[in-house]
Design a protein around this ligand. Structure first.
Ligand code: ADP
Ligand code: ZN
Ligand code: ZN
Length: 742
């Protein structure tokens, strides 16, 4: 009996907005196939791994021309139904190819067709009823091994550690054969488990109220936890999730950057007797797959309970997920800015909704989007207005540098304040959002400045080691001795970056350590922790750094924070610049006075009269947020309107712009045709940095007051955009809910 022919729809990771039909392998009948299985196929002249999305009997294409797949990789789907649906949601919401969305859900090794097996290693324990050492008296090395294993605290040992400690495989084999040692295979990826060494803190009344609200509700509940820096949000997270951990359920915690928040990780580890996995950028592909598999285990005893990870950890399969936490929910790093431009926070809220579980979004400086959701009761608004324990919030002071002598980027007036702070045994943090020595090198004689050839940007002067570096395209140049334009030998740095402030402060305060924290000084693994050791030891010292210092850190001895150049965001073309600047100022200021020391934060600015800056210093972020929201409402900007941004770039001048003109025509046509007068289009416009890394960049904005209408419209335009011909060399992308205009 022959059954009717059937076809497989395959989602492939290619930038085309469709799935592709293939024939099954000739020898396999329909029972072998189901949605979610990986297959290998020939596509063009490449071999790709894709996912079956459908099995059907009506090919979209002449069946005689369809090719069979190469191989069926899986016998059961790797993605749970829940995760699979996230992929479909991303496809629909972000209007990105299904195959590319699905690929995002899989660890790299699985994307490449690898097997979904956990790596294990031999792990040895002492046999519970082993005979005494008298049995092996005549084998002193075996006795030594047995003693080594008996005297350590851990339940067992990795074989590789024993070999490293000098016990050869032959010695181990000898003891094994005599029945002293048992061999096991354990996953090599090690979870952290602090075995609940630390008990919960007694909550202050505000914290207690918040925790009791969270405990009293169940099902899908989004919470915005707006708590000033140092108000004890972490303690609220810990106590909120305790019942879930107790019940052996799973919790997912998203953080901006794990490397930067070791202390937060430690607190989770010490609080619970639960296996915690950290998913951070330094894991290799193998470790990432192992962690993914450990989170996904169906047997409760085998799986990790707490996952702490950055953005993409939101896709971790967790069969018993009970709650999601997003710490520093306003942080820009949750938005992916290339490939599939998803927002981790929004995906998380969607996931919590689909699972009917709570999600806590925590921040001292919530995004205006979340604040709006809280004010309109879409989220439950929880507030912590006071610092936990004895700490008091830092005083914000605005220092007008138009009226001050300034050297190497720092107002002279601040030097005695730094001196006093150090003399009191406290620490000083100087924040400057530019690494390198100076943002520009220039020639006072002819006005030459160090511009990058491939970008509309200046090259940064670095002294350690000395060179010019473009932070946008990464190109580097030797430092010119003379002005390349007029040969003058009086070329000078303009402005100040971390290196310059570091050397200025090191010269002024020779008795104290000056520690620079930026991307250059922390390149090596553990460099950050090593550099920060004197700070944690409580030594009076000066920290100079970029926004790497703004996140998460707890510096109890910092009493004075100085912010240099934070005002560059005030006059940016990005309508979110003020929001981002305010968040940054408060995050940085929040590093001061975390414990019993009353802290002070100085904003050194050229725009001391800016009304929003005053609102921030005299009131607080919340007041500023309300003012900014009102402006947004008047201008129909997000969160009161919705946007899609189409970016295009090309090596040829004007080519990307011409492409976007075609897109604009298409948009105009659909707008009339669908009768959607409320859709607004703007552009093509040059990107704020039009030339970057040798590519000319242009953009086109589409916006609408109604989210559904915008999505309906984009859906209608999309195929037309994919079909625009004649622009092979133009790269383009669609960004739904863009968070910047770069
Ligand atoms: P946030 O995350 O809101 O900035 P943290 O959770 O880091 O604040 O808390 C700041 C400090 O206050 C930490 O040292 C923490 O141990 C302490 N803390 C938090 N809650 C309490 C409490 N209820 N009693 C005493 N100290 C607390
Ligand atoms: Zn010159
Ligand atoms: Zn460049």
């Amino acid at each position: 009996m022959t059954s009717a022919p059937f076809y497989l729809s395959i989602a492939l990771p290619v930038p085309l907005n469709k799935t592709f039909d293939y024939l099954p392998e000739p020898e396999k009948d329909m029972s072998h196939y189901q949605a979610g299985l990986r297959v290998k196929v020939n596509f063009g002249n490449r071999e790709l791994v894709g996912l079956i999305t459908d099995i059907h009997q009506s090919p979209s294409y002449d069946p005689a021309k369809l090719k069979p797949i190469q191989t069926l990789i899986d016998s059961k789907p790797l993605l749970s139904n829940e995760i699979y649906k996230i992929g479909q949601w991303m496809h629909e919401y972000y209007h990105q190819p299904l195959g590319e969305c699905m690929q995002l859900l899989l660890p790299v090794l699985l994307r490449k067709g690898g097997e979904a097996n956990i790596t294990t290693q031999p792990y040895l324990t002492i046999h519970p009823d082993h005979k005494g050492p008298s049995e092996i008296k005549r084998a002193p090395r075996q006795v030594a091994l047995l003693e080594h294993m008996q005297t350590s605290d851990s339940a067992g040992h990795w074989q590789k550690d024993l070999v490293e400690a000098g016990f050869t495989p032959a010695i181990i084999k000898g003891l094994t054969e005599k029945g002293f040692i048992q061999h096991h295979e354990k996953p090599s990826f090690q979870a952290i488990n602090g075995r609940a060494q630390q008990s919960p803190l007694g909550l202050n009344p505000e914290q207690a109220e918040v925790v009791s609200i969270i405990h009293s509700q169940s099902g899908f509940q989004p919470y915005l936890l707006e708590g000033v820096t140092g108000s004890g949000k972490t303690e609220v997270y810990l106590q909120s999730i305790a019942p879930f951990i107790e019940a052996k359920q799973q919790v997912l915690i998203l953080v901006p950057e794990i490397g930067l928040t070791p202390q937060t990780v430690q607190r989770f580890a010490r609080r619970f007797d639960a296996d915690i996995l950290l998913l951070h950028s330094q894991l290799n592909d193998r470790e990432r797959l192992d962690a993914w598999l450990l989170a996904a285990q169906h047997k409760q005893a085998d799986r990790a309970q707490i996952i702490i990870g950055t953005r993409s950890a939101i896709f971790t399969p967790m069969p018993n997920l009970a709650a999601i936490i997003i710490d520093e929910e306003h942080d820009q790093s949750f938005k992916q800015q290339d490939g599939i431009r998803y927002h981790g926070r929004d995906v998380a809220v969607m996931r919590a909704h689909a699972l009917n579980i709570p999600i806590i979004l925590g921040s001292a400086t919530p995004s205006l989007d979340s604040l709006h959701n809280a004010l309109t009761q879409k989220y439950t608004h929880l507030r912590l207005t006071q610092r936990a324990g004895d700490a008091e919030p830092p005083k914000l002071q605005i220092l007008n540098i138009k009226k001050q002598p300034v050297h190497h980027g720092l107002a002279d007036e601040l030097l005695p304040q730094i001196r006093t702070t150090l003399d009191n045994g406290h620490q000083v943090l100087v924040f400057v959002n530019r690494r390198g020595f100076a943002p520009t090198l220039y020639c006072p004689d002819c006005g030459w400045i160090s511009e990058c050839r491939s970008c509309d940007a200046k090259m940064t002067l670095h002294q350690k080691p000395a060179h010019l570096h473009c932070h946008h395209c990464d190109s580097k140049q030797a430092l010119p001795k003379n002005c390349p334009s007029c040969l003058s030998n009086d070329i000078q740095p303009l402005g100040a970056g971390t290196e310059r402030l570091e050397s200025h402060l090191a010269y002024q305060f020779q008795q104290n350590k000056v520690i620079r924290i930026d991307r250059d000084s922390t390149q090596n693994k553990n460099a950050m922790e090593t550099l920060l050791q004197p700070v944690h030891d409580g030594e009076p010292c000066i920290l100079v750094g970029t926004q790497m210092l703004a996140k998460g850190h707890h510096f109890p001895k910092v009493a004075l924070v100085i912010m240099v150049n934070v005002d560059s965001g005030f006059f940016s073309a990005d309508f979110r610049a003020m929001e981002k600047t305010a968040q940054l100022i408060l995050q940085v200021a929040g590093r001061a006075g975390r414990e019993s020391i009353r802290g002070k934060a100085v904003i050194q600015t050229e725009f001391a009269d800016h009304p929003l800056l005053h609102l921030l210093s005299e009131e607080n972020y919340h007041a500023l947020g309300l003012a900014l929201l009102q402006e947004r409402q008047e201008q129909h900007l997000p969160p009161y309107g919705f946007q899609a941004l189409i970016r295009a770039d090309s090596m040829q001048p004007r080519e990307a712009e011409q492409f976007l003109h075609r897109v604009r025509e298409l948009i105009n046509w659909h707008k009339t045709n669908l009768n959607l007068p409320h859709i607004n289009a703007l552009g093509p416009l040059p990107a704020p940095m039009e030339l970057r890394a040798g590519r000319f960049r242009s953009q086109l904005w589409v916006s609408c007051q109604n989210r559904k209408m915008l999505h309906h419209f984009m859906q209608n335009c999309l195929n037309g955009i994919y079909e625009i011909k004649g622009f092979h060399k133009v790269r383009w992308s669609l960004d739904i809910d863009p968070t910047d205009n770069l």
